[in-house]
Design a protein around this ligand. Structure first.
Ligand code: SAH
Ligand code: SF4
Length: 392
């Protein structure tokens, strides 16, 4: 299939003519789809309604065939089939852990692959999605950080991961069944897979808008969490243009240690990051920020670290998620002992913050946080490259 030109949300650049080849509907913003429908001959007056109808078919009902869109006329359906496609990443493998966690490998255009993880819990089902193939950053404890950035995912590839998981969970409503009649298996989304979401801002934004739209995937913005390593200039923009929950990969309490663990800290240090975070809840109207803190033996897990952490975040409505380090072959760190993690959690908790210890899930299938990697070993960074990027 020929690659289609992206249709952006910017009204000034919306195409008057359709690009060569069929346009993928998945991932187009409302404005983008409206413009594409008009370019394909839909009268302007009708276009808004057609967008609603098509979105409901695609995102509420999981329909992939224009012929099934029965509230559209036959000729309109034929026109859609001529100019458009409804295309998702292809699921090339699926592993199910003993604890029910599912790990999918999704193939996207160009033959690249990203990992997607579904984590069922008693009261929710969380899908961990990827925003990039590889990552430009080189956090020392993260497997994805050992791979080069291959490319950013498109908005369609990001939303497509959600739809692919819903396919596998059999979650689309059955004929005759109303929306929301069953509790949702896929109720939460975390942008905590491969890549740095704020380095793929527009596509992540457009995809999350579809995820949050009442005629799209229809998840509340409070059920979507974007995790960033600390791309400071994009944090306020994320509050204003996306408005979902924010998690930050904090992981250290001094610049000296954070410079090594999360090298982006050399660009935007702890003080600069905290300043941006202080404004986030007000700008996005969300209650609190999640501070992610990976527990690395002898590196960042002392009582003094715990005390410094609560000092640093004073005044920010926060929850601190303690993540026992998930090991991967060749990793330069070890997981902190359980007693140490509990003691750390206790200090944070006594200071008045929720401090849940994240139970590692799907370890038997390497599905846990930071263990994801693309299948392509060719994309590995060399040690030299890692050291150069990290400024070591
Ligand atoms: N790039 C984004 C989102 C992806 S990583 C970010 O860095 O925030 C999602 C979370 O998993 C981050 O908090 C990250 O620091 C953490 N993580 C990465 N590798 C890990 C590992 N091996 N063990 C535990 N957590 C890890
Ligand atoms: Fe990239 Fe996040 Fe991994 Fe750091 S932790 S290398 S930012 S994916």
């Amino acid at each position: 299939m020929t690659q289609t030109a992206p249709i952006t949300q910017d009204v000034l650049t919306l195409p008057r003519k359709l690009p060569e080849g069929p346009v993928n509907i998945v991932g187009l913003t409302r404005e983008g789809l409206r413009a594409a429908l008009i370019a394909a001959g839909t009268p302007e007056k009708q276009a808004k309604m057609r967008v609603s109808q098509i979105w409901q078919w695609v995102y509420w009902w999981g329909v992939r065939d224009f012929a099934a869109m029965t509230n559209l006329s036959k000729s309109y359906r034929t026109m859609l089939a001529e100019h458009f496609v409804i295309e998702l990443p292809e699921m090339v493998s699926r592993q199910v852990s003993a604890d029910g966690t599912r790990k999918y490998l999704a193939r996207i255009r160009g033959g690249h692959e990203v990992e997607v993880v579904y984590i069922p819990e008693e009261d929710r089902g969380t899908l961990c999605i990827s925003s990039q193939v590889g990552c430009t950053l080189t956090c020392s404890f993260c497997h994805t950080g050992t791979q080069r950035l291959v490319r950013n995912l498109t908005a369609g590839e990001i939303v497509g991961q959600i739809m692919m998981a819903r396919d596998d969970l059999g979650e689309w409503p059955r004929p005759g069944e109303g929306m929301g009649e069953r509790p949702r298996l896929l109720s939460n989304i975390v942008l905590m897979g491969m890549g740095e979401p704020l380095y793929n801002f527009e596509n992540v934004r457009d995809a999350m808008k579809i995820a949050m739209d009442g005629e799209g995937i229809s998840l509340s913005r409070r059920r979507i969490t974007l995790s960033t390593s600390g791309v400071v200039p994009e944090i306020a923009r994320a509050a204003e243009e996306i408005g979902c929950m924010l998690a930050v990969s904090f992981h250290a309490t001094t610049d000296e240690v954070r410079d090594k663990l999360v090298p982006i800290n050399r660009k935007w240090n702890i003080a600069t990051l905290l300043e941006a975070l202080r404004d986030y809840p007000r700008l996005s109207n969300s209650e609190r920020i999640t501070f992610e803190y990976v527990m690395l033996k002898g590196v960042n897990d002392s009582d003094a670290d715990a005390r410094r952490l609560v000092q640093l975040i004073k005044g920010i409505p926060a929850k601190i998620n303690l993540i026992p380090f998930n090991e991967w072959p060749g990793a330069p760190h070890e997981r902190s002992d359980w007693e140490r993690i509990e003691r750390f959690a206790d200090i944070v908790h006594k200071a008045g913050y929720a401090s849940p210890i994240r139970t590692p899930r799907g370890e038997d299938i390497m599905a846990a946080c930071g263990q994801l990697k693309s299948a392509s070993e060719r994309a590995r960074k060399s040690r030299k490259e890692i050291e150069a990027e990290a400024g070591l």
